[in-house]
Design a protein around this ligand. Sequence first.
Ligand code: HEC
Length: 134
Amino acid sequence: MKKHLYIPFTILISVSLLACSSATGPTYSGGGGGGGGSNSTSFSSDVLPIFSGAGCTGCHGGSGGLVVTSVAALLAGGDHGPAIVPGDAAASNIIKKLSPSPPFGSRMPLGGPYLADTTIGVIRTWINEGAKNN
Ligand code: HEC
């Protein structure tokens, strides 16, 4: 009498997907209309939860090499220079490393599962909006 192992596995995946979608929900802060452009993507509310949810912080949390837990640390970067170039997601190492064929090393998160395009898009938008520490 063998149990069907795929049932708990399916539940696990569903729970993970639910956790992901709630973690990446956009947060809009209703700011007064100033002169500059208004940012809709927040580091602390939108980007950081992606890093923790994907396990980035487990390997890049402060024990040497790249640290992804603050904007300053992302700007300081790793062995290959800054992880982010504010305003230029395409030139940012972090976007290159999340893409299928990074120019050096392995695709992140190392060992997968890799991020969905829409999730990478949140990080891309945040960088293109100037990588604000918000
Ligand atoms: C299991 C551990 C592990 C996880 C999880 C992981 N990384 Fe990495 N990361 C590494 C290692 C090891 C390297 C260096 C080797 C390489 O570049 O492939 C690296 C390199 C990088 C670099 C290049 C740093 C430089 O300047 O050389 C970036 C950017 C990066 N990771 C981002 C991320 C992001 C974003 C995530 C989450 C989506 C993530 N990593 C998840 C282990 C990990």
